[in-house]
Design a protein around this ligand. Structure first.
Ligand code: GAP
Length: 460
């Protein structure tokens, strides 16, 4: 992991947040290459799930929405993690992380119902010593810590002006359900997709960009007819499971590194009847990458109750009215990027006996598609021709013009940022109007006529 973090900083993928002020713990900024990759992922995801399905449409809702939304969605009361604190060093931890998910699931009921005294006694049996200072029997009883980040609207910090930064993009979709059904001519079954920022006041953010307080989600709420029997929603759920695996494969991730966790009943989110977590073998362990949940009619029903607005769907043929049920495939954008970085990072020996680091990104994902490298930077004819090629390609592909250092070093630099093609302009190019194109993965070089470059560099 350290090698990836160092490469990402050195080459301009990801920087520590607020660095010149000493940082802000676990916040990260995405540099020129990081933002290209995030944009590539977002656009590809939109193409994969929205453009490819005639019954999925998009939305971009606000980050700060009426706080009543979070009462209706259950986030105000239910969206919390169990927080414990060491009385000596005051480090805070998630009890479920310290005890282990399975063990915590078994103890959860006890902690929900026991007295303060009983909880205090039990927690020190379960967590004998503080992982930070090592002192024994210092943990406080767990308390539910709400993860929503608060803010105040307007100049007065009064409880009436309290609002929250959305902890998921999903609710912006539910509260617009009626707007979309009346304007988009979609009929059940259909889906609404959204890509955008979400915020959670995580107790223990960490593992680089894996768990942060500010992150991006790509979510779809897929509305279906209330099932008469389980097999009806199960079939649709299974279809989405396969689509999600298809997307993971498209990212170039080896499916052998994906583990599907059928989330146990006691660990399900408050809205879910069934959830599968798609876990990836990250360098720091097998952890959740994506989720797929059957949210039933929980959200629309609650929003109708809290807003007093009719959110039922009326079948255009039968006139039947109902709250649609929802299948929700959800994807973290930052985790996608992290999984791709981990998957594509390779250290290799070259045939010349050197070693190289290469980011073997799928071509569509690479932040720079082609590098244009003049053989000599002080030969006017060569640099002129190189710039002509750069200017001709840059409108259709993300290109980098690099004239500093030896060709070998420039190849290594492009390998490290995963550039699939490197074009070298040399003396022969001046004579024959052709260039050398080097393939990142095979390192093979081919002479290609300049006029054929656009066609040659096509990918998909
Ligand atoms: N609407 C459902 C929902 O939000 P979730 O499992 O809590 O479900 C969905 O989050 C996805 O968002 C996760 O699978 C993960 O990829 C990403 N995610 C959640 N919390 C995150 C965090 N603190 N930092 C980065 N990504 C996060």
């Amino acid at each position: 992991m350290d090698k990836i973090i160092s490469l990402c900083k050195r080459r301009g993928f990801i920087f520590p947040g607020s660095e010149i002020y000493g940082g802000l713990s676990n916040s990260w900024d995405f540099g020129p290459l990081g933002v290209e990759m995030k944009n590539n992922i977002k656009h590809a995801w939109w193409k994969f799930f929205v453009y490819n399905n005639k019954n999925i449409v998009g939305i971009d809702s606000s980050i700060v929405i009426n706080p009543k939304v979070w009462e209706a969605s259950g986030h105000k009361d239910g969206f919390s993690d169990p927080l414990v604190e060491c009385r000596e060093c005051h480090h805070r931890f998630r009890a479920d992380h310290l005890i282990g998910d399975d063990a915590w699931s078994k103890e959860k009921d006890f902690f929900d119902n026991a007295s303060e005294e009983e909880k205090e006694k039990k927690i020190v049996e379960l967590i004998d010593k503080c992982p930070s200072c090592g002192r024994k029997k210092t943990m406080t009883a767990p308390r539910n810590f709400n993860l929503m980040l608060k803010t105040y609207l307007g100049p007065i910090e009064d409880k009436n002006d309290l609002a929250y930064l959305r902890p998921e993009t999903a609710q912006g979709i539910f509260i617009n359900f009626k707007n979309i059904t009346t304007t988009s001519r979609q009929s059940i079954p259909f889906g609404i997709a959204q890509v955008g920022k979400a915020f959670r006041n995580e107790i223990t953010p960490g593992n680089y960009i894996f768990r942060t307080r500010e992150f991006e989600q790509m979510e779809i709420e897929y509305f279906i007819k209330p099932p008469k029997q389980d097999s009806e929603w199960e079939d649709i759920f299974e279809g989405w499971r396969k689509s999600m695996l298809g997307w993971i494969e498209y990212l170039g991730i080896d499916l052998a590194k994906i583990h599907e966790l059928d989330v146990p009943k006691e660990d399900l989110a408050h809205y879910s009847k069934k959830t599968i977590d798609f876990e990836y073998h990250f360098p720091f362990g097998v952890k959740e990458l994506y989720g797929l949940a059957y949210r039933t009619d929980f959200d629309l029903k609650n929003h109708e109750q809290f807003s007093q607005k009719n959110l039922k769907y009326r079948d255009p043929v039968t006139g039947e009215e109902y709250w649609p049920h929802v299948i929700e495939p959800t994807f973290g954008l930052d985790r996608t990027l992290l999984a791709v970085l981990a998957e594509c990072y390779k250290e290799e020996d070259t045939p010349e006996g050197d070693d190289r680091v290469v980011m073997a990104f799928p071509k569509w994902l690479a932040p720079v598609k082609v590098a244009i490298l003049p053989l000599l930077k002080n030969n006017e004819e060569i640099t002129k021709k190189s710039l002509e090629i750069y200017n001709n390609l840059k409108g259709s592909l993300s290109c980098e013009y690099d004239e500093s250092g030896t060709i070998g070093r420039r190849y290594r630099r492009q390998d490290e940022i995963g550039t699939p093609f490197a074009i070298t302009v040399d003396f022969e190019s001046l004579e024959n109007d052709d260039v050398t194109v080097r393939d990142r993965d095979t390192m093979k070089q081919e002479r290609i006529k300049i006029k054929d470059l656009k066609e040659y560099l096509k990918y998909d």
